[in-house]
Design a protein around this ligand. Structure first.
Ligand code: ZN
Length: 238
């Protein structure tokens, strides 16, 4: 009695294992991991730019405020001189007055620039916060997807380990020449070298089997192959 049923189980376990391994290999693509990561990185770059912008505008505002403080001091000094009225000619007074007026103009200009800089800074901060939020959401979503991916991968890998055990077990049960024959037939005919009889047809090519062949398969004494596709045939006990 040839152990064709076990040979068939061995073949099926190997095919299933191959299929699962392919599925595992394609998992990162299925979950679009690389694409998600590059999208998150793009948002991160955007966020980094936003932060730089905020820092730059903060520095600019500080520069203008320092400048305004400096100019205010200058004006106060001139005003002090002007109102102390120490030994000053009318011409000197006039010059001092002119300087004060000039500085006041500059102060007004700086004031306007400061307001504008504050506005820009506020806008940049708002934008930066938005991008930070977007980045957080993106990262969280990717984390969840990655977890899902790892969960599925783990399941599939467990299944592969189970199949490997099954394959090793059957490896012991079926003799090598039969396995070699099966592999050679599979190579020639497609996926399978051994197939069950389905009704009165070949389970591989689906062609009807002659009564003689069917009788021989039932006898189970020797290896019978399909006249049409050459695959080995057996009667499934299930
Ligand atoms: Zn066939």
């Amino acid at each position: 009695m040839q152990k064709l049923e076990e040979l068939y189980q061995w073949q099926e376990a190997r095919l299933k294992k191959k299929k699962l391994e392919k599925k595992i290999k394609n998992l990162p693509e299925k979950y679009e991991l690389a694409q998600r990561e590059s999208e998150a990185q793009a948002v991160e770059t955007e966020h980094e730019k936003g932060r730089e912008m905020v820092a730059e505008l903060s520095r600019e505002l500080k520069r203008k405020e320092d400048q305004a403080a400096k100019v205010e001091n200058q004006r106060k000094n001139y005003e002090k001189k002007l109102y102390q009225g120490e030994t000053q000619t009318a011409k000197e007074l006039e010059q001092l007055q002119m300087k004060v007026t000039q500085i006041q103009k500059e102060e007004a200009r700086l004031e306007e620039e400061i307001l504008e800089a504050m506005m820009h800074l506020d806008e940049a901060r708002e934008e930066e916060e938005k991008t930070a939020e977007k980045l957080k959401n993106e990262r969280n979503r990717n984390e969840a997807v990655k977890k899902e991916y790892e969960g599925e991968k783990e399941e599939l890998e467990k299944e592969v380990v189970g199949l490997e055990k099954e394959i090793s077990r059957l490896e012991e049960v079926v003799e090598d020449p039969l396995k070699q024959k099966c592999l050679a037939l599979a190579e020639r005919t497609g996926l399978r070298g051994v197939v069950p009889v389905e009704g009165s047809s070949c389970g591989g090519c689906k062609v009807g089997l002659s009564a003689y062949i069917l009788e021989q398969v039932k006898g189970g004494k020797e290896i019978v192959t399909c006249e049409s596709c050459s695959r080995m045939l057996f009667l499934s006990s299930k």
